[in-house]
Ligand binder design. Structure first.
Ligand code: NDP
Length: 451
């Protein structure tokens, strides 16, 4: 007689904590999902009996490896690299690579877990994975970045493949790094295939991939506002980050008539009371992508703006907020400040930027709150479309891809409403995203039996 049917939520989470000591981000991510899934599974015996949630919360595998490289002064440097392959029930593992000194196994496991639900929500056939290294790209020369990327790929290449695991970029990994890694993969395997996404347009990349995450987060925001008969015209927006996701979110908010008041980086945020138009956003893109500068330089170019060192932007009054920097950057007090200042909608461009307390504040206040796994899925969705284009050996037109991205974001919104609506006019998007993302993966796993 099986004795693990219907383990309750508290016991389930105690087990997750026991098996993953010290992995706070991973435990936090599982907790956030499990709260909703337990409710949904209440009357679904199969999911309990087959231990589906427990199996999704145990990565298929975690590969950890040494990455050594030589800096410009001839010193040998040693970093740690990882690839977490969380779940491939509905398609090849898919998820970004992060280079940042804060990267740990816990962070990559949380990201790979979240990615599993996000990829499912897109409606495309992609499983969940994530990888990265504690390498700090800041201040490194192009040649140092190249040597690091090549060394990283010297190990990673044996664990990935176009039908097995397809990584992409994330924090600290943009077009330059993808180019170096793809070049090394090709050299090692003598294969040209769609093993990485986020590639340059000249060598198999997809139009609108760089824009997709930020644009998608704003499309999702607009879809939420529409359920309340509103749009972005004239609305003030507070955005954190100044990287790929933040700058493209700012661009789309501006295009849809909103006024972007802030951008930030890990040193602080800039507040521009005049709003950031396309010229200013282009200036920030140039600063970050070409000159690799800091956001505080914005105030020298635009003197009406003010730089707030060491602060996050959540106390600036706004109608909508888009956290687009990193995990746990928006805490309980920040969420309370946003709600108190009249913010009506939050769309997460980053992964898990709001901590558990902050998420409960938004959910209790019943504002429109889109979790990252729904709102920022546009990036991986266009990566999925890049995989399709590579398999077909052709490139689709930008207009086609723009329409597909919009349709995919609308589809994710509809799935969240389907599972998150209380039937009285309120949608809990966190619940909707968790359940819709889970159900597809879970049903595929049921079909496979115990594997
Ligand atoms: P980038 O590297 O382009 O930009 C990251 C931005 O966040 C930078 O402004 C960086 O500032 C800031 N940041 C990073 N770490 C911290 C920190 N610890 N505290 C404060 N600020 C920080 O990354 P992306 O824009 O690609 O990614 C941003 C978020 O979006 C991440 O959570 C990522 O996982 C998520 N995401 C990205 C996707 C994509 O397509 N790129 C897809 C889906 C999600 P600084 O320069 O000072 O480090």
């Amino acid at each position: 007689m099986a004795n693990n049917d219907h383990v309750n939520l508290a016991d389930f989470m105690a087990g997750v904590a026991r098996r993953n000591p010290g992995q706070t981000e991973f435990i936090q991510a599982v907790q956030e999902v499990a709260e909703d899934i337990y409710d949904f599974m209440e009357d679904k015996e199969d999911y309990h009996r087959e231990q589906i949630l427990r199996r999704i919360a145990e990565p298929d595998r975690v590969v950890s490896f040494r990455v050594c490289w030589e800096d410009d002064n001839g010193n040998i440097r040693v970093q740690r690299g990882w690839r977490v392959q969380n779940n491939n029930a509905i398609g090849p593992y898919k998820g970004g690579i992060r280079f940042h000194p804060s990267v740990t196994e816990s962070i990559l496991k949380f990201l790979a877990f979240e990615q599993t639900f996000k990829n499912s929500l897109t409606g495309l056939p992609m499983g969940g994975g994530k990888g990265g290294s504690n390498f700090n790209p800041k201040g490194k020369s192009d040649r140092e970045i190249m040597r690091f990327c090549q060394s990283f790929m010297n190990e990673l290449y044996r664990h990935i493949g176009p039908d097995c695991d397809v990584p992409a970029g994330d924090i600290g990994v943009g077009g330059r790094e993808i180019g170096f890694m793809f070049g090394q993969y090709k050299r090692l395997t003598n294969q040209w295939n769609g093993v990485l996404t986020g590639k340059g347009l000249e060598y198999g990349g997809s139009a609108i991939r760089p824009e997709a995450t930020g644009y998608g987060a704003v499309y999702f925001l607009a879809a939420m506002l529409r359920t309340k008969g509103q749009d972005l015209k004239g609305k003030t927006a507070v955005i954190s980050g100044s990287g790929n996701v933040a700058t493209h979110a700012a661009e789309k908010v501006t295009q849809l008539g909103g006024k972007v008041l802030t951008l930030s980086d890990s040193s602080g945020f800039v507040h521009d009371p005049d709003g950031m138009d396309q010229d200013k956003i282009n200036w920030v893109k140039e600063l970050k992508n070409k000159r690799r500068g800091r956001i505080e330089e914005y105030v020298a170019a635009y003197p009406k703006a003010v730089f707030h060192a060491g602060k996050t932007p959540w106390n600036v009054p706004c109608d909508v907020a888009l956290p687009c920097a990193t995990q746990n950057e928006l805490l309980g007090d920040d969420a309370r400040a946003l709600v108190a200042n009249g913010c009506i909608a939050v769309s997460e461009g980053a992964n898990m930027p709001t901590n558990l307390e902050g998420a409960h504040v938004f959910r209790d206040a019943k504002i429109l709150f889109a979790p990252g796994k729904a709102a920022n899925a546009g990036g991986v969705a266009v990566s999925g479309l890049e995989m399709s284009q590579n398999s077909e050996r052709r490139s689709w037109k930008e207009e086609e891809l723009q329409q597909m991205l919009l349709d995919i974001m609308e589809g994710i919104h509809a799935r969240c409403v389907q599972y998150g609506s209380d039937g009285k006019g309120h949608v809990d998007y966190v619940r909707g995203a968790n359940i819709a993302g889970f159900k597809k993966v879970a049903d595929a796993m049921l079909a496979f039996g115990v594997v």
